[in-house]
Design a protein around this ligand. Structure first.
Ligand SMILES: *Cc1c(COP(=O)(O)O)cnc(C)c1O
Length: 365
């Protein structure tokens, strides 16, 4: 190539993100139809019909730029969350909010602290700004080591991610542990609590992150329309921050980062409470079914507050499943060889996975 000499060294060192293989691609490779994807934590029940109708209607207006302030969505969400509308920052997925945080807080010499294994985008956005990732290993039961993370915070730390529930393990931290952690943090670092799976949480003592946003300047909670609301393909997520932090993120944001279609879909999805409720109950049934069936196959699984499940499996299981037309996420790249992350599917998809695992077992894997 020849551009290497002028590209930023921290960009040269970036590994491109590896998304889950699309169903269509696998079907082409295998030359068969009916493959299923349980690998990207997408909603198995699809988007809200009300969101789809809103998108169809808004198509007529796509020659116009979006409302850069996302006024309608901002007002609705602010009243739902009982926050000031100016505390909300919208992005092309919560991913963009992560990127904005890195952009306004990090540069060479700065550090960002987060657990590992955790969300794959954290090291990408940190390194993207030439800053340093400080990864604190999960505890033995695969939850955040909050005491260890607190100890890893230095005067160079500018950003701390807590992924709750944690992707890819599904484990979560409760309010007591989080309170103790937040109280230990210096004012010189921003705390980002990533709650992409918030709406799926079942544990009773799950932290109220918005309370910390109210109490601690430099705190942001991240949520998304990609998971329970089934709008991953439209790209819209948001952060709820204190007014000052929100204002800096707004300055760094592109004016039209959220498309017209994404905004109207999010607004309609938010109001379709019934659809979100069905996504929740489908998820809970799937978790309970899969944990029982995988347990019966002698596989270890972990409790989950998200829409996916962590399972310990024989080496090579993800590749064997792929050849049978079932896509799951292998976690070798996260330093967890022999573990897979299974996104909860529709009942028939979950059954297909269990039957395929049984077949592999009988075939001697
Ligand atoms: C899926 C996910 C996100 C963001 O998803 P977007 O589609 O960009 O909104 C953020 N954090 C975690 C932990 C996730 O799993």
């Amino acid at each position: 190539m020849g551009l290497e000499g002028i590209i930023k060294p921290h960009i040269l060192g970036l590994e491109p993100y590896q998304p889950g293989k699309p169903v269509e691609e696998l079907e082409r490779e295998l030359g068969l139809e009916g493959c299923i994807k349980l690998a990207s934590n997408e909603s198995p029940i699809g988007p809200s019909p009300k969101a789809m109708a809103a998108v169809r209607e808004a198509l007529e207006g796509v020659h116009r730029y979006p409302d850069g302030a996302s006024f309608a969505l901002r007002e609705r969400l602010a009243s739902r969350l009982e926050v000031d509308p100016a505390q909300l920052v919208f992005g092309a997925g919560a991913d963009e909010i992560l990127e904005l945080l890195a952009k306004v807080l990090l540069g060479p010499g700065d550090e960002a602290v987060f657990a590992w294994p955790s969300f794959a985008m954290y090291p990408v956005v940190v390194q993207g700004m030439g800053a340093t990732s400080i990864r604190v290993p999960l505890t033995g039961d695969l939850t955040h080591d909050l005491a260890g993370m607190s100890a890893a915070v230095t005067d160079r730390t500018r950003l701390i991610f807590v992924c709750n529930p944690n992707n890819p393990t599904g484990t979560s931290v409760g309010s007591e542990a989080l309170d103790r952690f937040v109280e230990s943090l210096p004012e010189t670092a921003v705390l980002a609590i990533d709650e992409a799976y918030y709406e799926f949480v079942r544990r009773a003592d799950f932290p109220n992150s918005l309370e910390w946003v109210r109490r601690r300047p430099g705190t942001i909670a991240l949520r998304t329309f990609s998971k329970i609301f089934g709008l991953a393909g439209l790209r819209i997520g948001y952060g709820v921050a204190d007014l000052e932090l929100a204002s800096y993120l707004q300055r760094a944001r592109h004016p039209f980062n959220v498309s017209r279609l994404a905004e109207v879909a999010a607004l309609a999805a938010l109001d379709d409470v019934e659809h979100a409720e069905r996504a929740r109950s489908t998820n809970f049934e799937g978790i309970d079914y899969l944990r029982a069936e995988l347990g019966a196959l002698g596989m270890e699984t972990w409790p989950t507050d998200a829409n996916f499940l962590l399972a310990k499996v024989e080496a090579g299981t993800a590749e064997r499943l792929l050849r049978e037309g079932v896509i799951v996420r292998a976690l070798g790249g996260f330093g967890m060889p022999g573990h897979i992350r299974i996104s909860i599917g529709l009942p028939e998809e979950n059954e297909r996975l269990v039957k395929t695992l049984q077949k592999l077992r009988e075939d001697g894997l």
